[in-house]
Design a protein around this ligand. Structure first.
Ligand code: FAD
Ligand code: MLT
Ligand code: ZN
Length: 488
């Protein structure tokens, strides 16, 4: 263990002196970490570390001291304790699919990869819950519970890589929120390591358990700034026996909002349940088609598209009910309905492949997209999209805006390309101020990470921010857990 004065090292780090230099001079932290997790899981080779040091978008990167891959909660606690003693920042990392730079190491920090925490417990049918290690990818958790006829109420396109711990840390939204709510609503228990290395564990699955502050709920959405999530007990729901998907051509974004408003009560009155309502527009579809080679989904193009999915029991006439409801809904310009799995998946591809298509366009243009994730009252979506297009094009005539999102929650993903990197901050400011002025939130489902720290004051009052800082100071007084995320 290090023999230097940890307080002195911490002082160096918080004063922003070159952290890596401070460490090599004062402690052999890497050696201490190797003793805990083994040499094979203390990664320092630049080639190997590279994938942990840059985010999915390629926008954010750092120079870590060493990437550490603990095998269990005990090792996580030991690593966090050792780093706290040495004053070394710790950056929890799951699948590294986050889009706001929250899992990327600050220089001289230890990215703590949780992927080896991959335990999967059986579904407890009495409480309808199952426990998972934080590092289990969502798709594996989905397959695990599906084997016994259950499903998880969260789903998103990054499912093959995003981990359960990452979903919880970001309170991820995704494509099932209309039916099941955010990740927060799916969490029935959490185990986590706090900044001082202590372990808090509430994994009983008791449905009623009100004994003081709910620490688990506090950790959800805290983006690795209050603790390292090591295990999660997730709620499960009976798997749907049938599904139907419709892709609907609409006249505009506001038109898609109106179609959903007209369709929803009709679907509520029929068999099945609405589980997804997603949106994209014409130029995004064109980009996806160019990137993927997919054919046109409908004979004619439309300014905006609504994708809905309904689920039901084995005997429910879902496609027929969906087609009838669409027939009766004003504003539907055209629609295709699918219930056979491959056709359903093909319709979903038009929506889910937007992220990669826009990333590829960024690569072509030489700069990744500025990714903004906002929410608005649904009625404001149409006007705000027009306003954002207007302010962007007058300030940055070469800017290109791709947008899509989760329509029922008024959650828009605004991706800006074609802006000079020197103007990105100003362009972000324009867009986020336009959203905030319309009563929206600057952070809908991806979190704040490092990307949106300058704008949190647009969506939280000084009193709220002071309370958040007080919580952070109480649980992580040395500010070693994910420094630079959420707060300056
Ligand atoms: P990471 O990226 O590794 O980390 C994200 C944040 O959580 C960081 O701040 C990190 O420090 C923290 N963290 C990670 N694991 C832990 C842990 N065990 N304990 C404490 N803190 C931790 N997001 C949505 O909400 N909805 C979507 O529909 C959606 N779709 C996406 C589609 C694509 C193609 C991509 C690339 C991303 C998408 N995302 C979406 C964003 C991303 O997948 C989510 O934010 C996801 O929850 C991140 O999980 P992760 O394991 O990759 O976390
Ligand atoms: C989505 O819904 O497609 C995502 O949240 C990812 C993105 O915004 O790129
Ligand atoms: Zn999304």
């Amino acid at each position: 263990m290090p023999d230097a004065d940890p307080a002195a090292i911490r002082g160096d780090l918080t004063e922003n002196v070159d952290a890596a230099q401070a460490l090599t001079e004062n402690v052999d932290a890497a050696q201490a970490l190797t003793e805990i997790v083994g040499a094979a899981h203390t990664l320092t080779e630049p080639d190997v570390v590279g994938g942990y040091a840059v985010d999915w978008t390629g926008r954010w990167r750092g120079a870590p001291l060493a990437v550490v891959r603990p095998a269990d909660t005990g090792q996580v606690a030991a690593v966090v304790t050792a780093c706290a003693a040495a004053g070394v920042p710790v950056v929890p990392q799951g699948g590294n699919t986050g889009l706001v730079g929250g899992a990327v190491p600050v220089d001289g920090s230890v990215p703590l990869s949780l992927r080896r925490l991959d335990s999967r417990g059986p579904v407890d049918a009495a409480t309808r819950t199952a426990a998972f290690g934080a590092g289990v990818p969502l798709a594996e958790a989905q397959r695990h519970v599906a084997a016994d006829g259950w499903e998880i109420g969260v789903d998103l396109a990054a499912r093959d890589t995003a981990t359960i711990g990452g979903l919880v840390a970001t309170n991820a939204g995704g494509e099932r929120v209309i039916r099941h709510g955010l990740t927060r609503g799916q969490v029935a228990g959490i185990e986590a390591v706090l900044a001082d290395g202590s372990v808090v564990r509430r994994m009983t699955g008791l449905l009623k358990d009100n004994v003081g502050y709910d620490l688990g709920q506090l950790l959800i959405g805290s983006e690795g700034t209050l603790g390292v999530v090591t295990a999660v007990r997730l709620r499960v729901v009976p798997a749907a026996a049938r599904r139907a998907v419709a892709l609907v051509g609409c006249g505009s974004v506001a038109g898609a909002v109106d179609v959903l408003a007209g369709l929803r009560p009709r679907l509520d009155a029929g068999p099945g349940e609405l589980v997804a309502a997603e949106m994209f527009v014409d130029d995004g579809l064109a980009l996806v088609r160019e990137h993927t080679g997919l054919g046109a989904p409908l004979p004619d193009p439309h300014p905006a598209y609504l994708l809905v999915e309904t689920t039901g029991g084995p005997d429910d006439a879902l496609p027929e009910a969906l087609a009838e409801a669409l027939e009766a809904t004003e504003g539907v310009r055209d629609a295709v309905v699918a219930d056979e799995p491959a056709r359903r998946a093909a319709l979903w591809e038009y929506r889910e492949r937007h992220t990669e298509a826009v990333a590829a366009d960024g690569t072509r243009r030489g700069a990744p997209p500025v990714k903004l994730d906002v929410s608005l009252p649904p009625a404001s979506l149409g006007p705000v999209v027009d306003d954002v297009r207007g302010v962007l094009s007058s300030a940055y005539p070469d800017a290109v805006l791709y947008l899509w999102g989760h329509l029922a929650e008024g959650n828009l993903h605004l991706n800006v390309l074609g802006v000079d990197p020197a103007d990105e901050r100003a362009a972000t400011d324009l867009v986020l101020r336009t959203v905030a002025a319309a009563g929206g939130s600057i952070g809908a489902e991806h979190g704040i990470g490092r990307a949106k720290v300058p704008w949190v004051g647009l969506s939280r009052s000084p009193a709220e921010l002071a309370a958040m800082r007080a919580v952070k100071s109480a649980l992580d007084p040395a500010r070693l857990l994910n420094p630079g995320v959420l707060f300056d």
